[in-house]
Design a protein around this ligand. Structure first.
Ligand SMILES: [Fe+2]
Ligand SMILES: [Fe+2]
Length: 377
């Protein structure tokens, strides 16, 4: 049977395909009648589902993380896509192509990894350069780095998402260190190492969980162990350099309340924290745009961002509107929605959107935006 992906499902026709059960709970309606609330998933996203006929057999056989063959129909409930399940049966893992159920980074992991090595080789501090090279080229670390995701759900939560997040932060480190005239060696090192130990904190596979090490120790402290382990192998590794690297790793969550035992006290540490915050939030928004199943251009309520998110491209005017259309914002917005995607992306290629007339000062708005955010978990 050809795999039918969740993102391709539309209309109200009946369909049949194999999915992963991400969640299954037995619920009760107002009259006491039991039913199942299920979240089905595959590489393209999640699908909220209901099985209205309760059966003890289904309750016993189908648990979280099992593959199931589902026959059902798409329904729309409060603007969200919902599958009404007619039939559900367990399928063995040997019958499925596991790759169909794993969301992946849009970037090629090998190319992202090579780019990271080029950046490391370009650093001017020989001790930081050697330390990073030795860590990133370690066989098991390199293998995991190319595969692991950056978190369970919140941001970059897909295969190779950790590498994508680390590389994105590192590219920002290069440009923002130059902009703010701080030492790029530390900012790059902080961006590469800050979340690297998620390779020990999280598991790999179709569904990602916290490891015992993750629950008991966590990636901040594991990061310190990593710096110690690899710096001891480098002759005369400077003590104070190591302390500053450790400070950056310990403080990258920015606040005591978010798990950092130290708050950033150097410009380099503060910049690593801000870059991490920015990249994790932008990653979250991107993930919502990719996988939120609410119909229309608004997402459902996103708890960790404490807001709903506008998912469509913003209105864009490559040319002045003519007299007829001038001032009719609604009509023009509609017209621009139909513009080709390449044109709609153009403003970001031309520089920060905040420089446009009527937009707030970029530094003020960034400060306000970042004010109350938690980094990641
Ligand atoms: Fe972190
Ligand atoms: Fe991070």
């Amino acid at each position: 049977m050809t795999k039918l992906f969740i993102s391709d499902l539309q209309g109200k026709e009946e369909f049949e395909s194999i999915f992963l059960v991400k969640l299954i709970t037995t619920m009760e309606d107002k009259s006491g009648k039991r039913y199942f609330n299920i979240i089905l998933a595959d590489a393209s996203g999640d699908l909220e589902s209901r099985l209205w006929q309760y059966s003890p057999e289904v309750e016993a056989a189908i648990v979280k993380n099992t593959f199931v063959r589902v026959r059902g129909k798409l329904n729309f409930y409060q603007g969200r896509r919902q599958c009404i399940v007619a039939q559900i049966a367990k399928v063995s893992e040997t019958e499925v192509n596991v790759d169909d159920f794993i969301m992946k980074s849009a970037g090629d992991p090998e190319r992202m990894y090579q780019r990271l090595l080029v950046i490391i080789d370009g650093l001017s501090d020989v001790y930081i350069r050697d330390l990073l090279r030795n860590i990133v080229t370690d066989g098991e670390i390199a293998r995991r780095l190319k595969v692991w995701q950056a978190g369970k759900t919140i941001h970059h939560a897909y295969r190779s998402g950790l590498l994508e997040h680390i590389l994105s932060c590192t590219e920002l480190a290069l440009s923002l260190s130059a902009h703010y005239r701080v030492n790029p060696n530390y900012v790059v090192a902080g961006c590469i190492l800050h979340d690297l130990c998620k390779i020990y904190e999280l598991t790999d596979g179709v569904t990602v969980e916290y490891t015992e090490e993750g629950k008991l120790v966590g990636h901040l402290v594991k990061g310190l162990e990593l710096v110690d382990r690899f710096s001891y192998k480098i002759r005369n590794f400077p003590h104070y350099l190591k302390l500053h690297l450790k400070h950056i790793l310990l403080s990258h969550h920015g606040e005591y309340a978010y798990g950092s035992p130290k708050i950033p006290q150097t410009s380099e540490a503060y910049l690593v924290h801000l870059i991490d915050l920015m990249d994790s939030k932008m990653g979250s928004l991107e993930q919502i745009r990719r996988s939120d199943s609410t119909t229309g251009h608004w997402s459902g309520f996103v708890k960790h961002l404490d807001r709903i998110v506008y998912k469509s491209e913003l209105p864009f005017y490559p040319e002045y509107v003519d007299d007829e259309g001038h001032g009719d914002e609604h009509r023009e917005a509609k017209r621009s929605d139909a513009a080709p995607k390449s044109a709609a992306r153009e403003p970001s290629d031309q520089g920060p959107r905040a420089s446009a007339k009527g937009q707030p000062d970029p530094k003020t708005s960034l400060g306000k935006m970042l004010g109350n955010f938690k980094v990641d978990s």
